[in-house]
Every structure is written in structure tokens, then in C-alpha cells.
Ligand binder design. Structure first.
Ligand code: GLV
Length: 327
């Protein structure tokens, strides 16, 4: 095999480039964390055989058509809404991704945001910095308890199930969920109950999103939907920012249609520092760190590299979004 050239679109954990080099690939990688501009990415991809990319790289239809020579696109993420999969299918390009290894870290992020939001932790931390810790106030800084409350999961897959497990174990929360298809395995393991979307909205004390971003979920959590939730509800989004409508969520929080929100994903990303959500009492925001632990990022890098190596050495890609193109 002539030496194949792999482009890493940014600085990934070093193990990815190391594995690829050791497997005989020529690896081009960036030396900084700053992502490539789209034009640079387009131009560089033209002279490579494979791509190791991530969620903020815009691998859209035009990109794929202009780079139809690519043997493989390996995504360093579980979500792949930045990639036009239909076009990759048309061009016969397999797309790898990194599920499973980030399940626990992402569920921890959702669980942490739920607790932090229920006790206004981020806001109170900022209030100390602002010099507002004066004296003990029996009627101030009050959060809400989670014990025996109802957790609603929208999208009960791997990450949703881990979030549910944590909530059941820590707070004996009742788990309800809504999916396109029922998840019988999770129903058995977690005692989760399948409900309609309307029932999910009406009954969840905490509503946590764990679905993919697609045409059905884009903008789904809008004013009409927030209005159907409990005024005491906490909304958690660790999936994708585009699934909620930010202006509608701000309105719902300001007008008491929901109680609080914990977000690891925003729209757009990065969020601007003057965003009003950052100053709200019952809101906790993180900068899309769901999978950001040393262990998880290293496993993601290994899987993303292995998906490329496996394609060429005939072991096969371990995790591929569109296996039909490999037939
Ligand atoms: C992160 O958001 C991912 O999709 O892995």
C-alpha cells in the first residue's frame, strides 16, 4: 500500500497521531488548538486520503463533493450532525465516530448540571466573587430537592440510560422517557416508563435531552413546548444547542414557565460572554465539555484513529455511521 495521508483537523490527544504514524500513515496535524478555517480545511483535504475531524468542522455537501476522493472521514465525537451523511453515502465515503467511550463522562456532565442548577451553584459562586456573601440568610439562596422527583429523558440511548441510572441511584427518581422507538432493554434495567412527548413535558421535574440533532429535533424545544412543562421543571441539555430555541428558553425562564436550565451546549457555540443566560440565577452553563476528561478524550482519540487504521488493514472500522458504503 502506498503511504496514505491523513489530515487531523486540529490538535487531538497525541495518541491519535501516534497510532496512525505507527501504522504507517503520513500524518498532518496542527500544532495549535485553534481549528482550521473552512477554506484551509477544504484546500488541505484535497491532498489527503483520510480525515480525522470533529464537531465544529463543517463537512457539508459541498465539502464532500469537492473531496470525493477521500477514503474515510473519522469523526472524533459521538454526534455527527456536522457531516452530510447522505452526501458521504452518495460518494461512498465511510464515516467513523466514537460512541460508548464517552457515555459515562457525558452522563456525569448532565447529572452534575442537574444538581448544580437545582442548587443555583454557578450563580452563587459568582455572587461570592462579586462580594455578595454577607450573612447567613434563612430565606435566601434556596434551591430545590431532587429526591423522588421524576426524571424525563428525551432520547433514551446509551447516555440517557447512564443519566437515568445515576438519578435513580442517587435520588430514587422515577424515570419516564420518550423516543422514536421504545427501549425495552432500558425499561427493564431502569424501570423506565415510555410516555408520549406531551406526557413527558407535563410530568418531568427534570427533563434531560440525550437525542441526536436532526430535522425532527432541530428547534423542537421552543416556546410552545416550554409552555407545556411544569413551572418547577429543570431543563438539561448536553446534546446539541440547536435542539432548543434560546430566545424562547430565556422567555420561559424569565416568565416562570420553567424553573431552571443546565446547559453544556448552546446556540451558537461559543456563547458570547454578554449572554443573559450567564447572569440568571437558576441557570448553569458549561462550554461543551460533556466528554472532556483525560481518560475519555484519550479513548475517543484511539477509536477515531483505529477507525481509519481498521478501514485500510481490513480489520474493518469499529464504529461506522454508514456501514452500507463498505459493502
Ligand atoms: C460531543 O458533543 C459529541 O458528540 O461527542
Amino acid at each position: 500500500m502506498s503511504q496514505k495521508k491523513i489530515l487531523l483537523t486540529r490538535r487531538f490527544p497525541a495518541i491519535a497521531a501516534q497510532m496512525l504514524s505507527e501504522a504507517g500513515f503520513s500524518v498532518s496535524t496542527r500544532q495549535t488548538d485553534e481549528p482550521m478555517m473552512h477554506d484551509e480545511l477544504l484546500q488541505k483535504a484535497a491532498s489527503h486520503n483520510g480525515l480525522l475531524c470533529t464537531l465544529s468542522d463543517k463537512i457539508n455537501g459541498d465539502f464532500i463533493r469537492q473531496n470525493a476522493h477521500l477514503d474515510v472521514i473519522s469523526q472524533f465525537a459521538v454526534g455527527y450532525d456536522n457531516i452530510d451523511i447522505a452526501e458521504a453515502n452518495s460518494q461512498g465515503i465511510p464515516v467513523g465516530y466514537t460512541p460508548d467511550v464517552l457515555t459515562d463522562a457525558t452522563a456525569d456532565t448532565a447529572f452534575g448540571l442537574m444538581i448544580a442548577t437545582s442548587r443555583k451553584m454557578f450563580y452563587l459562586h459568582k455572587s461570592i466573587i462579586a462580594g455578595n456573601w454577607t450573612y447567613f440568610k434563612p430565606n435566601s439562596n434556596l434551591g430545590v430537592e431532587l429526591k423522588s422527583k421524576t426524571l424525563g429523558i428525551f432520547g433514551l440511548g446509551r447516555i440517557g440510560a447512564e443519566m437515568a441510572k445515576r438519578c435513580k441511584g442517587a435520588y430514587n427518581m422515577k424515570v419516564i422517557y420518550h423516543n422514536r422507538n421504545r427501549n425495552i432493554e432500558a425499561e427493564k434495567a431502569l424501570g423506565a416508563t415510555y410516555v408520549s412527548f406531551e406526557e413527558l413535558l407535563a410530568n418531568s421535574d427534570v427533563l434531560s435531552l440525550h437525542c441526536a440533532l436532526n430535522e425532527q429535533t432541530k428547534g423542537l424545544f421552543n416556546q410552545k413546548v416550554f409552555e407545556k412543562m411544569k413551572p418547577s421543571a429543570i431543563f438539561i441539555n448536553t446534546a446539541r444547542g440547536l435542539i432548543h430555541n434560546e430566545a424562547d428558553m430565556i422567555e420561559a425562564l424569565n416568565n416562570g414557565k420553567i424553573w431552571g436550565a443546565g446547559l453544556d451546549v448552546t446556540n451558537p457555540e461559543p456563547m458570547k460572554p454578554d449572554n443573559p443566560l450567564l447572569r440568571m440565577e437558576n441557570v448553569c452553563i458549561l462550554p461543551h465539555i460533556g466528554s472532556a476528561t483525560v481518560e475519555t478524550r484519550s479513548e475517543m482519540a484511539k477509536l477515531a484513529a483505529q477507525n481509519i487504521i481498521g478501514l485500510y488493514n481490513k480489520q474493518g472500522m469499529q464504529h461506522v455511521v454508514n456501514p452500507e458504503v463498505l459493502k
